[in-house]
Design a protein around this ligand. Structure first.
Ligand code: FAD
Length: 447
């Protein structure tokens, strides 16, 4: 490995109170750690730390100046970057306590859902939902209001009951739902402290079957949107916007509910005859099992399996939330732009998310539908399309996903987030000297 590829990591060396990042060159992921997962963004932070314990994390946060927590690097923008120091949480990934009486799980913030889901299931418990992939960290996902689909299911942060953070001063603060700051801190955009661990609400383990239908006519979606999106515990629509069709409908149903036979014809869509990848040309090997085969929640709620590459890999992503009631009109408005969209598109996905009370969640007090775009990795062309889409969706009060690509202006963002001013006040209260400030926060929150 070349010298320039070395990454500073800690295993911390505390020498006379000084913090020395230790050079290390022995692990492949560290080379990758200088870019986000998709490789479209190279982090500017000069120093990279990997504390191995909450105590090390505490020391680091206290002694370093500008810094930012880094999860599994799955954001597509610079939200996880810092002008100076990035603190990776990947060694803080332990399952700490499963309270089977209270139905709670306490887990370190750097744990990826796929790291602990199987063990949780083996103990008889489940999370309410997962994102399309299990490769992301709990704290990183909650910080950006990451979500799956489900008409009655809130995003992943909506099931956080309590958490412990390290403040910029290096103090550990416990926050639970009785704390008036709680709802502002959970979707914290990495701006308020570094999460050491989170306590999540869990429920008894359940099995899910996944059925996929192909070629749903757009006209029928328009007429039966709510019926279609309610046809399962979690429903996702995939489309390339062409041919007035939804190319795939993924219906995930819990087997502990009374299930009716969906038959071969679902609102004009035909039952798939084999497992599919949402990007039809790609192998379904990376995808969770379909064809109605029941399996544990952690192996059906995400579309992609742990240990396999999720999505397309070389890609960009954007996602836009509109209030549920505006969804059909928003979808039809975008369909009119298909000639512009489809040449740069790998696939779009449409999902539902239930309202929550988290200030910086796009679903604050509002059931939402999220319209997602997995783009080809052509930043210039995609960069022109994103503002066009945002402007088409502006009449529908669109909000972008915090972790994906967007250009909505800060003033518009502030207007659309009812609790924006309260959040800014909270950020200033918890991080008065701006240790966690970065370009993303300067632009979108502080400006
Ligand atoms: C292939 C793919 C599929 C995706 N699918 C979905 C999906 O289905 N639904 C969806 O909503 N999103 C999805 N995303 C987006 C992804 O879930 C979010 O970007 C998420 O925030 C990534 O988590 P991470 O652990 O990689 O965090 P990072 O990208 O590393 O960091 C994200 C933010 O969290 C902060 N952070 C991380 N750890 C901590 C901590 N311990 N304490 C405080 N702040 C912290 C960082 O500072 C940063 O601000 C997908 C992304 C990819 C690449």
């Amino acid at each position: 490995m070349k010298r320039k590829d070395f990454v500073k990591t800690s295993s911390l060396i505390f020498a006379g109170g000084m913090l020395m990042p230790q050079l290390s060159c022995n692990s492949k992921p560290e080379e990758n750690m200088r870019k986000n997962w998709a490789g479209n963004y190279a982090y500017k932070a000069g120093n990279h730390y990997e504390p191995a314990s909450p105590e090390e994390l505490q020391q680091l946060v206290k002694q370093l100046d500008k810094q930012k927590a880094l999860g599994s690097r799955h954001c597509f923008n610079d939200i996880a970057d810092s002008p100076k120091n990035q603190i990776s949480t990947r060694r803080l990934n332990k399952m700490l306590q499963l309270d089977t009486g209270k139905n709670t799980l306490t887990i370190e913030g750097g744990a990826r859902y796929g790291d602990f889901a199987e063990e949780l299931d083996s103990k008889g418990f489940a999370l309410h939902n997962l994102a399309s992939l299990p490769h992301i960290t709990v704290a990183g996902a909650c910080a950006t209001a990451t979500h799956g689909s489900g008409i009655t299911l809130g995003n992943l942060a909506s099931h956080v009951l309590a958490f412990q953070i390290v403040t910029p001063q290096g103090e550990i603060v416990n926050v639970d739902r009785s704390n008036p700051d709680f709802s502002g801190l959970v979707v914290g955009l990495g701006a308020v402290g570094i999460v050491i661990n989170m306590t999540l609400e869990v429920e008894k383990s359940f099995q899910v079957r996944q059925d996929v239908f192909q070629e749903l006519p757009l006209a029928l979606l328009q007429q039966h949107f709510d019926e279609i999106m309610s046809s399962g515990y979690s429903v996702s629509l995939f489309t390339n916007w062409l041919d007035q069709k939804i190319s795939q409908v993924w219906i995930k149903r819990r087997t502990d509910k009374n299930l009716t036979d969906l038959g071969n014809d679902f609102f004009g869509a035909k039952a798939a005859t084999k497992n599919l990848h949402p990007i039809i040309e790609l192998s379904a090997e990376n995808c969770t099992a379909q064809m109605g085969v029941p399996g544990p929640w952690y192996n059906r709620l995400p579309h992609f399996k742990m240990g396999f590459k999720p999505s397309g890999g070389k890609e960009l992503q954007s996602e836009f939330f509109v209030p549920h009631g505006n969804a059909v009109e928003a979808i039809l408005a975008l369909e009119k732009k298909k000639e512009l969209i489809s040449p740069q598109l790998l696939i779009s996905e449409i999902r539902t998310i239930a309202a929550d009370n988290l200030w910086m969640s796009p679903c604050y007090h509002q059931d939402c539908v999220a319209i997602h775009f997995t783009w080809k990795q052509n930043p210039d062309e995609v960069g022109k399309l994103i503002p066009m889409i945002e402007s088409e969706l502006a009449p529908y009060k669109v909000k972008p996903h915090w972790g994906k690509l967007f250009t909505v202006s800060p003033s518009v963002l502030h207007e659309r987030y009812e609790r924006f001013r309260d959040f800014l006040a909270l950020v200033k209260k918890y991080d008065p000297d701006g240790k966690f400030r970065n370009h993303f926060l300067d632009l979108n929150i502080y400006s």
